[in-house]
Design a protein around this ligand. Sequence first.
Ligand code: GDP
Length: 865
Amino acid sequence: MSDTDGKKPLGLGGAPRSGQVKQSFSHGRTKSVVVETKRKRVVVPTKPGAAGAGAGGNQPSLGDPSKRPAGITDAEMERRLAALRAAKAREAEDAERRAEEERQREEERQRRREEIEAKERADREREEALRLKAEEEERAAREAAEAKAAAAAARKAEILGTRSRAAVQAEEKAAEAAATEATQPAAAPRANANSAEETRGGASAKAPLSPRKTDREREDRDRDSRKGKGDDGRRSGKLTLSAALEGEGGRTRSLAAMKRKQEKARQKAMGFGQKAEKQSRDVQLPETIVVSELANRMAERAADVVKSLMKMGMMVTMNQTIDADTAELVIDEFGHKAVRVSDSDVEQVIDTVEDKAEDLQPRPPIVTIMGHVDHGKTSLLDAIRKTNVVSGEAGGITQHIGAYQVRAANGSLISFLDTPGHAAFTSMRARGAQVTDIVVLVVAADDSVMPQTVEAIAHAKAAKVPMIVAINKCDKPAANPQKVRTELLQHEVVVEAMSGDVQDVEVSALTGKGLDNLLEAIALQAEVLELKANPTRAAMGAVIEAKLDVGRGPVATVLVQNGTLRKGDIFVVGEKWGKVRALLSDKGEPVDEAGPSVPVEVLGLNGTPEAGDVLNVVETEAQAREIAAYREQAAKDKRAAAGAATTLEQLMAKAKADADVAELPVLVKADVQGSSEAIVQALEKVGNDEVRVRVLHYGVGAITDSDVGLAEASGAAIIGFNVRANATARSAAQQKGVEIRYYSIIYDLIDDIKKAASGLLKAEVRENFIGYARIQEVFRITGIGNVAGCLVTEGVARRSAGVRLLRDNVVIHEGTLKTLKRFKDEVKEVHSGQECGMAFERYEDIRANDVIEIFEREEIQRSLT
Ligand code: GDP
């Protein structure tokens, strides 16, 4: 009975089919009894339609007394109908409620859709606003300083806003969790009660629960999404605010940056703040720094640094260089500390260790010979060298490397610099390489003291280098050594013979007389000087000569001054660096190391250094590179500054000031340092009251773009001595109208310049390049010799024209053609793009990839400016 009771609210359909059992009547309130009677009724044959029909279907049968089941009174019938109506009403109500719920849910969904759309719209608008703002800010970048404070305020407000929102969220979450906990236990007992009331059949007990749970979950979700929406709403609201503040503050932040910021703020709120705490660093700041390197030193992202620079109004990329002042502002901005270091600090790695007294060992003296022209300097050097060879040194001198060592009679070694004259001495000294320990002043006994003798004395005195006077040509009948001694007195050189302290030796380079005495005097002087060096330390030395060798690349003759230079050592020399690939002694023999005062040829450089450059061995290649790069940049800056100052401004000022003195500015590039220096000296002497030659710059190697640039800026001509312009320089020169002149003979060069400078040259013989050809293959043909299979790459090759052979832009040979062939036929000319065979008159050393320069001489009229 009880279970039928339980079914009552559910078994709506069962009720109308009751009423055929009397028992139901007696109880009145239960319909279960009716079911039993219904079963009976099934037994009793009745109208099939009435039995199968639902509640609605039964209604007319109930109303109709003829169809009314037997034994049911009107009152009973009435009651049942009432109950049925109530049930139906309840059902309708239920359906209505569900429909209403459905409608609400639909509305909710619609609202959410709209909200999402609105949010997307807001995002787009915000991005647009940010973009516009960024543009505006770029314009307003200069006001950044005053806006900074506002920006800080905005940041603070933002962070605070984020924090309070986080707090609100946390509260919401907590409240939600509490609510869930509250509903869950409440729901559970209800379920229990239900199941207790109803049967043990779990399915029926759980059935009503699970939809309720799903409903709650859905509600939760709805609430969550609403909350999400609310967040977005807040965010967009906040963004509008911050956007406004940012507008004032001059700050630009991308959407991603905003998110990162929020994330950071949340982490901070959750206690991960310590991790994000900024570390203030000491940032080493050289005179200039590349942006990415600056970021690196601050441990910041390069993009952030670029951004910060942009805010300052500097549009730079991370590979660009900025000056120290700008970099310092950036460092401040990031909250670090700038530590200014000089660029030259990179050179600190160069060993500056004080040599300990016990490590010092005696070293041979380094001697330079000076004197007036034709007084026999070269002859004396040769004589000393020869004497030395004769006296038993093995091998003999096969090569001249700018310095050599000889052994004096007492066994002590002496190093001679093989570059006579005070020019070399001065140019070395000018670069800070004081290599000479002793100066031998050569004075011809038949000529006595001459202007250059006096100059030499001045140089030696200025350098505080002791002198030894060699009175040469004593073999000559006209020799008057005493006159020399007396005349030297006038220049404050008091020789020993005149009871002074300067040694004097009478020699003859021609006969070799007195050479031993000279060497002895040098050895004695060296002893007095107590020359010492530490052979155990990293080597340092001076370049006394450097050249670009065709086969071996850049070669430098280095005089080791301290330490020992070894094969494999990494070094920096002037603006160049390298790793010792090979060391060659003054006799051209390979050696493994060179100690103090030993001259060696060094192979393995990355470029040609300049005479006087100091070589220092460093520990790593990186250091060598860094120092070389720094020096190169410094030199470039200096040149640029000097070029701008001396050429355009000074030149013009000068031209105005003394309009009658015209200057002929030139740039000199030569194949070896010695030549370039010789040319410069010769050129500087050219000129008179009206004209002067002004050498703006000189150096070794091919003529480059930067040479052309400098020449253009100063309206100078470029002189190439046994070197050529590289392809880019050539085209640049053509474009800019810079004149490049090539010479192979120094006298021609000086002559030309002289003529040009003095304006005597009415018509000048000028070389015109008419073509270039590249050697592709070399054939050996009996009877003719080496024939070059060439491709004319530019212009035209003419049989009658002059030719030069260039290897790596260095002139190897100049001459004429013996033959010019095209397909076995001797031809007069071959045009660009065609192949031909060429052979040189009396010259065989040709190689594939050499370039043949074809030129013609023509007389042209030219005017001087
Ligand atoms: P530099 O210009 O100082 O290098 O002088 P050189 O070494 O070229 O010599 C100039 C000229 O003087 C040459 O013709 C030499 O042959 C000559 N000469 C050099 N030394 C002597 C010497 O000791 N005796 C004689 N008689 N002639 C010499």
